[in-house]
Design a protein around this ligand. Structure first.
Ligand code: MN
Length: 435
């Protein structure tokens, strides 16, 4: 297990980058998240590390800094924009590079003079996805979401009999993953109301968000070779915020019998930053399953993972109508997932399916137990039946054109340096005028 704390988690450690010490900064020295960026369209993408309001440009840092041969070998692909090369490394090598970057950015570092010239203001760069995603799978591990949505259709038995035994998921579409701040286009699609004689093809009228985490796969597994649960955390590279945009009027008509399809594949937004599994070590917690949940089957059970394989992350959702102010519409926590990230990895590979570095697993919508902690409008408005009141006399059943939806997350714990994830935000554009 890679859960050990080391000097990179020392809450007293400070960076020579002043903004890293700002109260409530998402990116203190203890975080060191990865992103892929460029300063202009004439520049190649490269990998950077977030620190305060800055980004350490690893193409420049490789050239100007002083690194061991092993560190240079790890930095070289990053300087060329290839984060998958690091994802493919064993956990020990990934920890080694984290420790080297921590030391280089720590107050008093001998590297400060060289590396100061390698900082770029985050506000002045363009981000893209951290890597090309080979495969994207979306799970359904938010038990309160599954219960609330199930209740809309089956008030007496909202959870299907398989739910607490087998991690439910479907294969999503990798090509339509986009980075935060990329607007999304309202999709056209087929829908049919219960009383309609036949379906229509028209712009969706029920665009929704889903509050999720995106789990990045580190080292993969060979085809045919499962990942044992006690090794699964070594295969986790890190975590981003993920908004699984959903067209709630397309979904019910198309999803049977093979599952979600065009209601989901028009867009999925990711935050630009990957907060590493190592950075999250202080914020892991025990897995909490419902009191009546069965014990997981042996291939999904590991005592250490059950004790500390879940994540305690505070989650927030803001909605900003066009021309208006951003308003908080929900708050939740990642501890409301019914499976740990390691269990999702192990289950996915349990049939021998090969996971590859840079593959992405969505957790499923993370709703809390209270109605106001719901991770989708579907739940917040009871399927569109009850409008959600906003400031200024506005209300929403589903998202309207011009709305901006932003997800945020924060990790806080006594005795640890709190950290954040940046934002996962996008605006809804009107549908194309013709199909
Ligand atoms: Mn989803």
């Amino acid at each position: 297990m890679s859960s050990a704390l080391d000097f990179t988690h020392d809450p007293a450690a400070q960076s020579w980058v002043a903004s890293a010490q700002a109260e409530g900064s998402d990116f203190p020295l203890q975080n060191l998240p990865w992103a892929r960026f460029r300063r202009s369209r004439h520049e190649d993408w490269r990998i950077g590390v977030g620190i305060g309001t800055e980004l350490l440009d690893l193409a420049e840092a490789l050239r100007r800094g002083r690194w061991s041969a092993a560190e240079q070998a790890l930095l070289d692909p990053l300087a060329r924009g290839d984060l998958k090369a690091l994802m493919a490394q064993p956990a020990a090598a990934r920890r080694q590079l984290r420790q080297a970057l921590f030391a280089a950015l720590q107050a008093g570092s001998r590297q400060q003079a060289q590396l100061e010239a390698c900082l770029r203001p985050q506000a002045a760069v363009e981000f893209t996805l951290p890597c090309e995603v080979g495969d994207y799978t979306d799970f359904y591990a938010g038990v309160h979401h599954a219960t609330a949505v199930g209740k809309l259709f089956r008030p007496d038995h909202p959870l299907l009999p398989n739910y607490l035994w087998v991690p439910i998921g479907y294969h999503g579409r990798a090509s339509s993953l986009t980075v935060s701040d990329t607007p999304i286009r309202r999709p056209w699609g087929q829908r049919k109301g219960p009383d309609d004689a036949q379906p229509v093809f028209a712009p969706s009228q029920r665009i929704d968000f889903e509050l999720e985490l995106g789990l990045w796969v580190a080292q993969g597994n060979a085809l045919g070779q499962p990942i044992p649960i006690h090794e699964a955390q070594e295969h986790l590279f890190g975590v981003s915020l993920l908004n699984d945009w959903s067209a709630r009027d397309i979904q019910p008509w198309e999803y049977q019998p093979l599952g979600p399809f065009l209601a989901k594949s028009f867009a999925t937004t990711l935050s630009p930053w990957i907060v590493t599994w190592e950075a999250l070590a202080p914020f892991r917690c025990a897995l909490h399953r419902p009191a009546d949940a069965p014990a997981p089957l042996p291939y999904l059970h590991d005592a250490a993972d059950a004790m500390s394989g879940a994540l305690d992350l505070h989650l927030e959702v803001d909605l900003q109508p066009q021309g208006g102010r951003a308003q908080r519409i929900s708050q939740s926590n990642a501890k409301h997932l019914v499976w740990t990230p390691a269990q999702l990895i192990t289950h996915h590979a349990s049939n021998g399916c090969n996971l590859r570095p840079g593959d992405l697993l969505g957790t499923g919508t993370i709703s809390g137990p209270q109605p106001e902690q719901a991770g989708s409008l579907l739940e917040l408005t009871l399927g569109g039946k009850q409008a959600l009141a906003l400031e200024g006399g506005l209300n929403r059943r589903f998202l309207e054109d011009g709305d901006t939806l932003a997800l945020r997350a924060r990790a806080e714990r006594a005795g640890a340096a709190g950290l954040g994830f940046g934002a996962c935000s996008a605006r809804v554009l009107p549908a194309h005028p013709v199909s």
